[in-house]
Design a protein around this ligand. Structure first.
Ligand code: ZN
Length: 434
């Protein structure tokens, strides 16, 4: 046994009917979940963690982000999506180098690990820099790479980079001991045209992989899609074959009955990003309706330029609250549902089916949350505490595939001060004169 966690309280998927207080981890997988007394022997473990006053839960899956946008944290606030994206974000992104994306991603990964995220979906530029950061830090990720590059200036130039996708997929898919998966990025049906959507779907099928996409984030997108295609973004994507491969569709705020039926039928996972949708004034997705249709709804923070953090505990908290208030029904989005969306369902969306719950045989992606604080005391109901009382900074220990990435809040694979220094240097250069 590599790691033995004892005296711990379990919560989240895999813990439902268990009186277990001990987790054993061996060769990257959960080898034992049960009572401390019994077959498990402390002296057989390389490392023993005392989980007293800790909750052990599956690590969080952040199913939609643009990690390196941490560099643009708190830049360009209080603007509508279209103005924010086209006049603020795209121009500054034209200046990005490999170095910028690497350090921005390192900063985002540091923030995610420190708030309990063990896997994430990323959609960005210069994705080799992202994969380098992911593999160096040991976190799990589904990285998407775009077959088209959009150069914005006086007029938009579109450059075909499908050859880069093929090379990137060959280099990084299933790398980092299987912790990296490569999907295609199809930014949206407003940046891609019909032929480009068809080509992207075809390329994903050739590579036998999935797609990350933004769909129906705003009412403007819905209106313009109907003007341009005669149908919604979800319908045109469906027509072009996008959903024939595993898909993570971000936002999905403005859906019709037909759109929801398409997502249900095609098994599309929907990444709900409540904070970003609130901050950009986009609206509130009808998550209850999606869950009632058995659609796999998961949670994401979106990028740090529209949130403005990557804290999944905060995202769970907001996801749990807004639907109760919006629907005037406190029974919707109960704590167990929200925890499940942020862990097991999220892992499934990212294509990592053998992790995301605390069960024997699953990959050991586990976090320990400290409950020995006044705002978590007395614990009473661990699941409720994790959704309604917790702070991201309560995360004490983070384990990904049996490897400790943080212990006692100290990052083990990231030099935190160096990352802060380098990210600030990159951000200052990028935002100068903007
Ligand atoms: Zn996004």
């Amino acid at each position: 046994m590599d790691i033995l966690i004892k005296n711990v309280t379990l919560a989240g998927p895999g813990s439902e009917k268990s009186d277990a207080d001990t987790i054993g981890i061996d060769r990257g997988r959960i080898a034992y979940v049960g009572k401390y007394e019994g077959k498990i022997r402390e002296n057989g473990a390389d490392k023993v963690i005392d989980g007293r006053n800790m909750i052990a839960m599956p690590g969080l899956a952040n199913c939609h982000t643009h990690c390196a946008m941490t560099l643009f944290r708190n830049y360009a606030n209080d603007l509508a999506l279209e103005e924010w994206l086209f006049t603020k974000i795209f121009p500054v992104e034209q200046k990005l180098t490999y170095d910028d994306v690497y350090w921005g991603t390192m900063l985002g990964i540091a923030e995610m690990i420190k708030s309990g995220t063990t896997s994430f979906a990323d959609m960005y530029l210069i994705m080799d820099a992202v994969a380098q950061a992911v593999s160096e830090t040991g976190i799990r990720a589904n990285l998407s790479v775009s077959p088209l590059r959009f150069e914005t200036g006086n007029e938009m130039k579109v450059i075909d980079e499908s050859d880069i996708c093929v090379r990137y997929h060959r280099d990084w898919h299933n790398s980092s001991d299987g912790k990296i998966k490569v999907y295609l990025e199809v930014h949206s049906a407003y940046l891609f045209n019909e032929q480009q959507l068809k080509d992207a779907a075809m390329l994903a099928k050739q590579l036998n992989t999935g797609i990350q996409i933004h769909i129906l984030e705003t009412v403007t997108e819905r209106r313009e899609s109907i003007e341009r295609y005669g149908m919604s973004s979800a319908e045109i994507c469906h027509k072009c074959g996008i959903f024939d491969v595993p898909t993570i569709a971000a936002h999905c705020v403005h859906l019709s009955e037909t759109d929801m039926e398409i997502f249900r039928e095609k098994g599309v996972s929907i990444a709900h990003n409540p904070t970003s949708n609130l901050k950009l004034g986009s609206g509130i997705a009808n998550v209850k309706e999606l869950l009632d249709r058995n659609i796999n709804v998961v949670i994401g923070t979106d990028g740090a330029a529209s949130n403005n953090n990557l804290n999944m505990f905060e995202e769970m908290h907001i996801a749990a609250l807004i639907h109760k208030g919006n629907l005037m029904d406190p029974r919707v989005m109960d704590a167990h549902t929200v925890l499940n969306m942020a862990t097991a369902s999220g892992y499934r969306a990212l294509g990592f089916d053998d992790a995301g719950s605390i069960k024997e045989g699953m990959k050991a992606d586990i976090i320990l949350v400290n409950t020995d604080s006044v705002h978590m005391w007395p614990l009473n109901d661990p699941a409720a505490a994790l959704v309604y009382s917790v702070q991201g900074s309560d995360v004490d220990t983070v384990i990904v595939e049996g490897k400790i990435l943080m212990e006692n809040r100290e990052l083990k694979t990231i030099d935190e001060e160096k990352v802060k220094f380098e990210a600030k240097r990159c951000a200052e250069r990028l935002l100068e004169g903007m």
